[in-house]
Design a protein around this ligand. Structure first.
Ligand SMILES: Cc1ncc(C[n+]2csc(CCOP(=O)(O)OP(=O)(O)O)c2C)c(N)n1
Ligand code: SF4
Ligand SMILES: [Mg+2]
Length: 351
């Protein structure tokens, strides 16, 4: 219950990160979601990732839309910036915030209804513009908050709790993100923390549009036989292409793997994404083969998970717009409004 405060006292022997924070310092209010909801596991994975990355909470901005999934930022990162926007409108608010202050880490949390139905246009434009963000869709195939109507990600032929079949074609958010130019694209399962935590960490370190589709079963309305977003279905049909380890620049690389089974991707900040290939044919740096792979396995009824695509040299919206390095919200009036003579020169250059 949100009105029940969590105890502030920490056990003195709790692990601390490089900043001296415990995992509890990254938590939020007590969750009001249904017991067993996949979304709570995603919140726990976000908390774990930020703790392990030693992120100062005040450097993170979490934004969401409307839905059970969009409520979750209340339950993690209680000391970070937060903005709960209107249904489907999180991406434009996030884009504006990112333009105003490029120094923060932007975490957009949304649902399949919020992003694939009402917010589809907003999702598409934030991804194609390369906004530097981690965009997580907590995908349960239904509108959980409004009592379980099919969402646009529900698979054709899947059944509602009452037995009605869905006849519409699904939107695959991963395929869409690939097609729209996202530079880090992954899918995971809320029940697989070992896979999800490194994927979130890799996405935070990525300097571009990072998208993670997390299948997150809704235990109240979409966890029955005939659903393709239930715990049982995803466990049985999960086709994991790789396992990711994230190695920060300051940490020595110590693990060793068999040659031919590991792919290393060095990101801009020097962090290394080390991919242990589970499917030896999988090539994570080729957008087209990622799309073909997805289609091929989708036709076989498999849910492909892992890091599906990464561009080690991403460009973000600030690079596209050639903005200054200093965040706009730190510029003073003379820099933001250089006066009429500068405007005159600019207009003359366009004549
Ligand atoms: C403009 C507007 N239209 C409709 C609604 C009603 N509504 C609230 S949440 C929601 C769907 C949420 O689904 P999803 O994003 O998948 O989140 P979930 O609850 O499944 O996590 C809808 C249709 C609303 N709040 N605002
Ligand atoms: S209705 Fe579904 S999505 Fe919402 S909290 Fe309950 S289990 Fe989670
Ligand atoms: Mg949903």
């Amino acid at each position: 219950m949100t009105y029940l405060a969590k105890p502030k006292l920490h056990h003195p022997s709790l692990d601390k990160n490089a900043l001296g924070f415990t995992r509890r310092d990254y938590e939020g209010a007590i969750s009001t979601l249904c017991a067993g909801c996949g979304h709570d596991s995603i919140s726990a994975a976000i908390i774990q990732s930020c703790f392990e990355l030693d992120l100062p909470p005040h450097r993170i901005a979490k934004l969401s839309g409307i839905g059970c999934s969009s409520k979750t930022p209340t339950y993690f990162l209680g000391s970070s910036h937060g903005f709960n926007s209107v249904h489907g409108r999180m991406p434009s608010v996030l884009t504006g915030a990112n333009l105003a202050n490029r120094d923060l880490i932007y975490l957009g949390v949304s649902g399949d209804g919020d992003s694939a139905s009402i917010g589809l246009g907003q999702f598409a434009h934030s991804v194609r513009r390369g906004v530097n963000m981690v965009y997580i869709v907590e995908n349960n195939g239904v509108y959980g908050l409004t009592k379980g109507q099919f969402s646009a990600t529900a698979d054709k032929g899947s059944k509602s709790k009452k037995g009605a079949a869905n006849f519409d074609s699904p939107i695959d958010m991963v395929m869409l993100a690939l097609q729209l130019g996202a530079t880090y694209v992954a899918r995971s399962f809320s029940g697989d923390k070992e896979q999800l935590v490194p994927l979130i960490k890799g996405a935070v370190l990525h300097q571009g549009a990072a998208f993670i589709d997390v299948i997150s079963p809704c235990v109240a309305f979409n966890n029955h036989e005939g659903s393709t977003k239930s715990y049982d279905y995803v466990r049985e049909h999960n086709e994991s292409v790789n396992r990711l380890d994230v190695i920060l620049p300051r940490k020595p690389i110590s693990a060793a793997y068999e040659p031919g089974t590991v792919e290393e991707v060095v990101q801009h900040d020097g962090s290394v994404l080390r991919l242990r290939k589970l499917d030896t044919d999988y090539e994570p740096s080729d957008r087209i083969s990622a799309m073909n792979f997805l289609q091929h396995h989708d036709a076989r009824g498999e849910v492909v998970t892992g890091l599906l695509y990464v561009d080690p040299n991403p460009e973000d919206l600030h690079a596209h717009l050639n903005t200054v390095d200093r965040p706009f919200n730190q510029l003073a009036e003379p820099e933001l409004c250089p006066g009429s003579s500068a405007l005159e020169r600019f207009n003359a250059s366009l004549r």
